[in-house]
Design a protein around this ligand. Sequence first.
Ligand code: ZN
Length: 326
Amino acid sequence: MPAAKLGRSGSKRQTTARVGSAAKAATNWTPRGGPQYGSAMRIGLVNLKGRASVVLGERVLDVERASAGRFSADPMAAVERWDAFVEWAHGLRTGEADTALDESHLGPPVPRPAKVFAIGLNYREHAKEAGLELPATPMVFTKFPTCLVGPRAAVVLSSAYVDWEVELVVVIGRGGDRIATDRALGHVAGYTIGQDISDRRLQFSDRPPQFSLGKSINTFGPIGPAIVPLDAFTDPNDLALTCDVAGESMQAARTSDMIFAVPELVAYLSRFCTLEPGDLIFTGTPSGVGSTRDPRRYLQEGEEIVSRIEGIGTMVNRCVAPRAAD
Ligand code: ZN
């Protein structure tokens, strides 16, 4: 387990998007490519046509076949036995990988989580652009698991007010309740990228606002491309994340700018709900969403949302009209 930087680490950093560091990190990413694992051979769990598969560099192998049945083909089963799975996967070598990875066949790496938590206003700059005070405790809502889709899936626009939100997504690997902050990362299997797609009109249509429905429309939860184990990150609390829409940079920040860091979120949620393997936490989005821009800017048919997080990879999700998806 890498040393974790706990606490509200964002206070030491500028909250404005640092184009320089984001651009530097971007050199490690293939603009439209898949998971980039750098020079070290890193592993990631993906859902390839519904089957648990391990990404090893740019190759992929089927978990059930490669493990001779020790692990089943269900991606959820790998998450539920995460420590054993990671230990096994680290013993794999590139030569054993059987096929090149075709990312268009990737589904959500966690297809059926019991719970999908999401955190609102967890970046200082985002709270400022929304004109809201910093929360004293994490602001929690849910996304229903049926909204989850893969890292190349189409996002079906439900209205003219659909917005993007790139987010680091935590995958719980070891369940528990009343988890202490300093032990919280031990309950995290790894990270993936998420888009907390939001229909702003529906999100704010009730008084008081009820976020869940407007953020749970079918296809409004792209995640992927892979679950990258926590031990792959030098500092799991400080990762660059960006979102481009139609080729334009919209969001660029670092996860160290979070108001409540990942360990605090895990500890906080587990005070109230028992966390289970596979549960997801969308950890909040940085500044630069469409609804707070001047003028406001929403997703349009044909536009591509490109979401990247350092050390995890890239998601590319195209926006389509409801008719096109039928
Ligand atoms: Zn969000």
